[in-house]
Write a protein that binds this ligand. Structure first.
Ligand code: FMN
Length: 201
């Protein structure tokens, strides 16, 4: 009995220490053309926290797209031990073909496995007016929310169509709009601020 109580109090103490040692936020991003990396960097600066790139052994976009379409899980570099060290995870990545892509899904599943709260942001090129279309960001956020359930604490989306000086005709399938320091509009900055305040609340 005495021993059981000792073991119990030891476990409670250990949990307390683990919680005290926990860092606040970790940003995990997946990015092929650096838009999501750009947003991750902004968030990292605002939240004063670490960020790490999500990597998988599969690099080919076509193959990854197909894997995402078939809902096949893929291994990623980010370990559960890493995620465990933080109070909340912030996930940032792109939309491809209206899908919640496999690397992002893998991180979400790791958070679910650890009962870890997370925040989720997408980068995309579809316009605000198309957000509910098959390829729009709301469609993908709905998929993320369905998967994350009550662990997904807030969401956001950053479309390249919101950069300053965006003209639809100038950007097409060959010429992609990209975020940079000069074209990051007030609307995009505002979205970063809103997302940051939702994360902090
Ligand atoms: C294969 C592929 C499919 C895409 N499909 C969509 C889409 O369905 N909807 C959308 O809004 N943007 C789509 N995009 C645009 C990307 O989501 C957008 O450029 C994003 O910011 C890229 O992020 P990254 O630079 O971090 O890789 C697609 C891009 C690629 C390469």
């Amino acid at each position: 009995m005495h021993t059981t109580r000792n073991v119990h109090s030891h476990t409670v103490a250990k949990k307390h220490t683990e919680k005290e040692l926990m860092k606040k936020y970790l940003i995990l991003y997946y990015s092929k053309t650096n838009n999501s990396k750009f947003i991750a960097e902004r968030l990292s600066k605002e939240l004063n926290c670490e960020m790490e790139m999500i990597e998988s052994k599969i690099h080919n976009i076509g193959l990854l797209f197909f894997i995402s379409l078939l809902n096949i899980p893929i291994p990623i570099n980010v370990s559960k031990e890493k995620i465990k060290q933080y109070e909340a995870i912030i996930i940032v990545g792109p939309i491809w073909g209206g899908l919640l892509i496999a690397p992002l899904k893998s991180v979400i599943k790791k958070c679910i496995g650890l009962n870890k709260p997370f925040h989720f942001a997408l980068t995309c090129e579809s316009k605000e007016s198309d957000k509910d279309s098959k390829y729009g960001y709301n469609t993908v956020l709905v998929k993320a929310k369905a998967l994350g359930g009550n662990l997904i604490k807030s969401t956001s989306a950053f479309s390249t169509s919101l950069i300053s000086g965006y003209h639809e005709k100038e950007f097409n399938i060959h010429v992609k709009a990209k975020f940079n320091e000069d074209n990051f509009s007030e609307e995009l900055k505002n979205r970063v601020n809103i997302f940051v305040s939702k994360i902090k609340n």
